[in-house]
Design a protein around this ligand. Structure first.
Ligand code: NAG
Ligand code: NAG
Ligand code: NAG
Ligand code: NAG
Ligand code: NAG
Length: 352
């Protein structure tokens, strides 16, 4: 059917006049999106230079332009299609455009990649192989091993086996973490509200905090402030917090704890700023600075800051491209959009 329609579309509208979408994602994403739209929408890989004429032809933006003012320079803009479950702060998007996000199917996707991320964080914290390799720059140089630090400096590292994985909130994700932790020879201590309980599955969250080397916080995002000043004070020196949702964590208390105590954190989720779920607020003029702390949290040596990688693996992105592609085609043919966060304020104009 696509083959039959395509020549007709091309006949009516030469390629240069096709409604165009600006795509602020990887080249891989662009290729996947391109096969999803099957020639029904023109795609332009950005950031890019746009002439006045180019801008006239743009009906959609896919992904997150890093300079959001571009949205105000597109007179025909009808859709801002986020490529993720997050989307731009709505006040940055002109009201003539709809805003849509990607609807993720949590039944077939979600807990497993997040659990794997938690394990990756644990391994990274223990091994940091890239840092080891960098230190070993001395290894094969002229006059090696002269210039190399002592072997114990080069190689010493903790193992993951035997360490205790704490899981606060034993639900679907918690269970997926625990399964993997056991498989790696870790000890496990997990908490949830309701039984049945066991030697390692208990109701006492404070014990999980106090006795674990790594603490994954996998309670639902609807739980607020569970990880606060009091709970952080319970964590033992050297322990590492890995929250998978921002809401359960009091970030101000966490920042203070990271400044004053020898605990660590792998932070892949953010309560505000450019990487905040669901509506990204990227500093002035729309909101506060990207991170509000006096000392940039990134500069602390006991913190690993990440841009929300936990569940956005390759499969996530190819699903995203397929979803966004469908919406672009729907926009072009006038059918209804999926994942709408905000509708366009005026009736959608006919696309020519
Ligand atoms: C964003 O784009 C606008 C208009 O193109 C430009 O004036 C402004 O300097 C840009 N902002 C940044 C931070 O690059
Ligand atoms: C989500 O995934 C499940 C399992 O693969 C499937 O049965 C279900 O139909 C999907 N739901 C939607 C809305 O696509
Ligand atoms: C703060 O942490 C303590 C200790 O873990 C806990 O008992 C309390 O419920 C937490 N507060 C909130 C608001 O969750
Ligand atoms: C319009 O696009 C949507 C999304 O791809 C598709 O499901 C629908 O069949 C299309 N309708 C027409 C009339 O082509
Ligand atoms: C957008 O409009 C559609 C159709 O009128 C409606 O079903 C949907 O609920 C609206 N979505 C939002 C987020 O307002």
């Amino acid at each position: 059917m696509a083959l039959k329609v395509l020549p007709l579309v091309l006949a009516l509208a030469p390629v240069t006049c096709l409604p165009t979408a600006l795509v602020y994602e990887s080249t891989t994403y662009l290729a996947q999106l391109s096969s999803a739209v099957a020639g029904k929408v023109g795609l332009r890989h950005c950031p890019c230079e746009l002439s006045e004429d180019d801008r006239e032809g743009v009906v959609a933006v896919v992904g997150m332009p890093r300079n959001i003012t571009i949205l105000k320079q597109l007179p025909q803009l009808k859709l801002v299609q986020s490529s993720s479950y997050m989307y731009p702060c709505l006040s940055t998007v002109p009201t003539q455009a709809a805003v849509a996000k990607i609807d993720v199917n949590w039944t077939s996707y979600g807990a497993e990649p997040i659990a794997e991320f938690v394990i990756a964080a644990v391994f990274h914290w223990s091994y940091d192989l890239s840092a080891k390799s960098a230190l070993f720059g001395c290894g094969f140089g002229l006059g090696a091993p002269g210039g190399c630090p002592a072997d114990s400096v080069l190689t010493s590292h903790p193992t993951v086996m035997g360490k205790r994985m704490g899981v606060v909130g034993y639900g679907t994700i918690g269970e997926a973490v625990v399964k993997r932790a056991f498989a790696m020879g870790m000890e496990v201590l997990a908490s949830r509200r309701h039984g049945p309980f066991s030697l390692w599955l208990i109701s006492d969250t404070d014990r999980v905090l106090a006795e674990s080397d790594f603490v994954a916080v996998t309670v639902p995002g609807s739980v607020k402030g569970l990880i606060n000043k009091t709970s952080l004070a319970l964590m033992k020196p050297g322990a590492v917090l890995i929250p998978i949702s921002a809401n359960p964590v009091d970030f101000d208390a966490l920042y203070q704890a990271l400044l004053t105590r020898s605990i660590g954190a792998v932070l892949d989720v953010w309560p505000q700023g450019c990487w905040h779920f669901p509506d990204m607020f990227c500093g002035p003029p729309y909101s506060k600075e990207a991170q509000p702390y006096p000392q940039n949290i990134r500069s602390l040596s006991n913190v690993l800051t990440l841009p929300g990688v936990a569940m956005r693996d390759d499969r996530f992105w190819s699903n995203s491209a397929a979803f966004a592609g469908k919406n672009l085609v729907a926009l072009a043919n006038g059918s209804s959009l999926q994942g709408v966060v905000r509708n366009a304020s005026a009736a959608r104009a006919e696309l020519i």
